[in-house]
Design a protein around this ligand. Structure first.
Ligand SMILES: NC(=O)c1ccc[n+]([C@@H]2O[C@H](COP(=O)([O-])OP(=O)(O)OC[C@H]3O[C@@H](n4cnc5c(N)ncnc54)[C@H](OP(=O)(O)O)[C@@H]3O)[C@@H](O)[C@H]2O)c1
Length: 237
């Protein structure tokens, strides 16, 4: 039995990294997908990698921009699950950081997920659905030099998830935050380059590891809610 047959799942950040892996794992389990990102070519590549009988809709949406209503492709879709994977990391110390980059990270990492969750809540409540926020393990525990805006955005995202859970549990909606450590994606490859470190993706978490955990959380019996999952690479670099 395919675990997501008959369920419609919105995945943000579906064009790359963890979001792409989540989308591909979900289609193996016969979910209907709505893929969100800005890069239409990469969204099309993900859609093309899905089984031919998968229902896939690509939705171009810039989460950093102000939006106050759902794009047409997200309206009245009967969404059961929303998985927030989109994220941006810009490293710069406060003295030289650009306000635009601060706003960008707050937009993609906080305001966008807040607004999209809010706009999809009626559908998610109707479905007694689930919401997953991909957060960051390191950002929660240590705001390193140059990571202030990113870490602040991820701490804010945690607060939004925790508060939303208190609001919607009684309506049948489960809310989970997933806190990955270093994961082998383009974001991490760029970070390694900026840190001047050797990039050895085989020693990091794999996007498929996170996808596997997220699918497991989403398929637990309705008597259980996983609130927080922290996942770190097993190998120490
Ligand atoms: N990789 C790690 O080590 C790591 C560790 C901890 C937490 N995380 C978190 O995991 C999540 C996924 O990151 P990743 O590692 O998979 O990074 P990634 O490969 O760079 O993917 C980031 C995704 O975010 C989307 N995105 C970026 N800006 C956007 C915008 N303005 N509007 C809409 N979508 C946007 C990108 O799509 P488009 O370019 O098509 O817009 C892309 O699909 C992020 O929230 C990140 O903070 C990652």
């Amino acid at each position: 039995m395919k675990r997501f047959r008959g369920q419609t799942v919105v995945v943000t950040g579906a064009s790359s990294g963890i979001g792409r892996a989540v989308a591909l794992a979900l289609q193996e389990e016969e979910a209907s997908l709505i893929l969100i990102g800005r890069d239409e070519n990469r969204l099309s590549e993900v859609a093309a990698a899905c089984r031919p009988d998968t229902s896939v809709v690509s939705c171009k949406l810039d989460l950093a921009r102000s939006f106050e209503e759902l794009p047409p492709s997200l309206r009245d879709r009967g969404v059961d699950i929303l998985v927030h994977c989109a994220g941006r990391l810009v490293i710069d110390e406060m003295i030289s950081a650009r306000l635009d980059d601060f706003d960008l990270q707050m937009g993609v990492n906080v305001r966008g997920p807040w607004m999209l969750s809010r706009l999809l809540l009626p559908q998610l409540i109707e479905a007694r659905g689930q919401i997953v926020f991909v957060n960051s393990s390191i950002a929660q525990h240590s705001a390193r030099a140059g990571h202030g805006a990113y870490a602040a955005s991820k701490v804010a995202l945690r607060a939004i998830a925790d508060s939303l859970r208190e609001e919607v549990n009684a309506l049948g909606v489960r809310v989970t935050s997933v806190y990955p450590g270093r994961t082998a994606t383009s974001m991490q490859e760029n970070l390694h380059a900026q840190e001047g470190r050797d990039y050895r993706p085989e020693r990091l978490l794999q996007p498929e590891d996170l996808a596997s955990i997220i699918l497991h959380v989403l398929t637990l019996p309705e008597t259980a809610e996983v609130r927080d999952v922290s996942v770190r690479p097993f190998m120490k670099t």
